[in-house]
Ligand binder design. Structure first.
Ligand code: PEP
Length: 247
């Protein structure tokens, strides 16, 4: 049976001191976890967290990557640079990147390509806004976002992790109900099924105010293969409770 993945997204939070305390507490608590565990950290902390997770059950992740390979792109971080820090995962197309940095579907698709070429697993985020949900456009939006990545990556799509993150649920305390999430996950699974014979072994995570209280119900849905966790991943006890609820 495939193992679920619980990935923390620290967003723009942390310090050398608080990261050390958080990772030690997590490392001590994850030794018996049934699922896979990762933390996606701000780029300046990759080296610190790389050394602190070495030899533990925790994998390292990044939060974004440049769409370019190398060159005159001041401020950008390339996929090959991420790889040098033993980065296992990289978030791509998080709604905060789409919303505040104007990332279009085509850019997200190229970023996924760059990450795969560097031997890193992209966690491709898709999700609808509240207005899109209320207009009955959820399915159309998530399928369009995922289609761009499928189109650009061909058979390599089976190496991608997908995260369904309804924008209205991120950082708002409003979680999609397990039924609402499962419904969209089933749509995404069917879309992946049409693209690759390996869709059953692919992971589709749910993200959006997942917390210690609601994780077990969400993670028990048939097409929910793990969680992408923002706020609750910054508190060791809460993140460990979510990890314990995963299989
Ligand atoms: C996220 O940042 O991907 C996320 C899901 O955040 P939160 O859990 O805080 O809603």
């Amino acid at each position: 049976m495939k193992k679920q993945l619980i990935a923390g997204n620290w967003k723009m939070n942390g310090s050398l001191q608080s990261n050390a305390a958080l990772v030690s507490a997590l490392a001590a608590g994850v030794s018996n976890a049934r699922c896979q565990v990762a933390v996606c950290v701000p780029a300046p902390y990759l080296a610190q967290v790389q050394s602190r997770v070495a030899g533990t059950r925790i994998d390292l992740g990044a939060q974004d990557v440049s769409q370019h390979e190398a060159g005159a792109y001041t401020g950008e971080v390339s996929a090959t640079m991420l790889r040098e820090f033993a980065t296992r995962y990289c978030l791509v197309g998080h709604s905060e990147r789409r919303q505040y940095h104007g990332e279009a579907d085509a850019t997200v698709a190229v970023k996924a390509q760059r990450v795969l070429a560097a031997g890193i697993t992209p966690i491709v985020c898709v999700g609808e806004t509240l207005a899109e949900r209320e207009a009955g456009r959820t399915e159309e939006v998530v399928k369009r976002q995922l289609a761009a990545v499928i189109h650009a990556n061909g058979h390599c799509i089976s190496e991608v992790v997908v995260a369904y993150e309804p924008v209205w649920a991120i950082g708002t305390g409003k979680t999609a109900s397990p039924e609402q999430a499962q419904q969209v996950h089933a749509v995404l699974r069917a879309q992946l099924h049409a693209a690759t014979e390996h869709s059953d072994r692919m992971l589709i995570l749910y993200g959006g105010s997942m917390n210690a209280a609601n994780a077990a119900q969400l993670l028990s849905q048939p097409d929910i293969d793990g969680g992408l966790v923002g706020g609750a991943s910054l508190k060791a006890a809460d993140f460990l409770t979510i990890i314990a609820a995963a299989r």
